[in-house]
Ligand binder design. Structure first.
Ligand SMILES: Cc1cc2nc3c(=O)[nH]c(=O)nc-3n(C[C@H](O)[C@H](O)[C@H](O)COP(=O)(O)OP(=O)(O)OC[C@H]3O[C@@H](n4cnc5c(N)ncnc54)[C@H](O)[C@@H]3O)c2cc1C
Length: 292
């Protein structure tokens, strides 16, 4: 079936108006941002809603990337293309450009948004892995006010988030810490496809060159894109080395929970989780040291 069921359509003129509409219409309504996840699901009749509230006119309000001292703020309506093309964002977090280069194709990247990507909560979704790696927080607004939740609390399970009926994701906030960098790698069956497995890594070094902190986020190897906290614990205080990356890779392979599907066997995905963890950690450290 390639035609969605019938629905009413409204274009929101402000965040408050969109929230007011959703509060009134409840679970029968959905926001549509880029539409690149929602509309295919509706066409396949995997999802049916009575009302779609189009938030594309809110791009002026919610489409921004602000790099401040200690924090980057990105509006929910910021499109993939804008994330890819922002030199200021790439300077602080090159992991975004790494990931965006391998997300879908220009048609999808021109419309798809950060907010839609995180709210879709597909376990293979690349930006969720990026935001998890960077320890981002999500700013959610609803009729009762605004709240901020961590990425760990944001994703409740496959296709399920902390955003309740009547609420909206407004912004993602990412802490900026000194002497750090990041990287993302993905294995896909063909260019622009969803990940067989992907990994993001972020590393921060002390003045003596030891690892102050490190984070790894994986996609497509479990119900959620969770950070692998045992890796952070294991790497803190170590000198960056192949042995340290191998230890982290082994922890990533051990900690993930892939399933066998048309993209690959669970065993292959587990192997990739380990290998991509090693590669991204190595690349993040090389970037701090001015190479790669
Ligand atoms: C052919 C194709 C290939 C793709 N390949 C990849 C890939 O390789 N990697 C990858 O990560 N993604 C991929 N995607 C998905 C793409 O990144 C989508 O853009 C993204 O998943 C959803 O963003 P959107 O803005 O289109 O969201 P929409 O489809 O508009 O919305 C998705 C969901 O989020 C909700 N939503 C949207 N915005 C908000 C908000 N601000 N607050 C609360 N809820 C909100 C909607 O109600 C809906 O439930 C692909 C998509 C296509 C069509």
């Amino acid at each position: 079936m390639q035609v969605p069921g019938p629905f009413e359509y409204e274009r929101a003129t402000s965040v408050d108006q969109a929230i007011g509409l959703m509060e009134r219409l409840g679970s029968t309504a959905r926001l549509v941002a880029g539409g690149h996840s929602l509309l295919p699901m509706m066409k396949l009749r995997l999802a049916n809603f009575d009302y779609l509230i189009d938030i594309n006119d809110l791009h002026a309000e919610l489409g921004y990337i602000t790099v401040e001292a200690g924090q980057v703020r990105i509006g929910a309506m910021t499109r993939h293309r804008e994330l890819l093309e922002s030199a200021a964002l790439t300077e602080v977090f090159p992991i975004f450009a790494d990931a965006e280069t391998v997300i879908a194709d220009p048609v999808v990247r021109n419309r798809g948004t950060l907010g839609g990507s995180l709210c879709q909560a597909d376990p293979s979704e690349d930006l969720s892995a990026v935001c998890t790696t960077l320890n981002a927080s999500c700013v959610i607004r609803g009729p009762q006010g605004t709240r901020v939740v961590s990425m760990e609390d944001f994703h409740r399970g496959p296709y399920e988030t902390a955003v309740a009926d009547g609420e909206m994701l407004l912004e993602v906030r990412i802490p900026v810490r000194p002497n750090g960098s990041s990287a993302y790698e993905k294995v896909e069956r063909r260019a622009g496809d969803w990940a067989v497995t992907s990994a993001g890594a972020a590393v921060w070094l002390n003045d003596d060159g030891t690892i102050a902190d490190a984070r790894v986020g994986l996609a497509a190897v479990g119900p959620n894109t969770t950070g692998i906290t045992p890796i952070s614990r294991a790497l803190r205080g170590q000198v960056p080395s192949e042995a340290a990356y191998a230890q982290a890779g082994a922890l990533a392979a051990e900690s993930c929970d892939p399933v066998t599907d048309q993209r690959g066997s669970a065993e292959y995905k587990r192997h990739l989780a380990g290998e991509l963890t090693k590669r991204t950690l190595r690349r993040a450290v090389a970037r701090i040291n001015g190479s790669n």
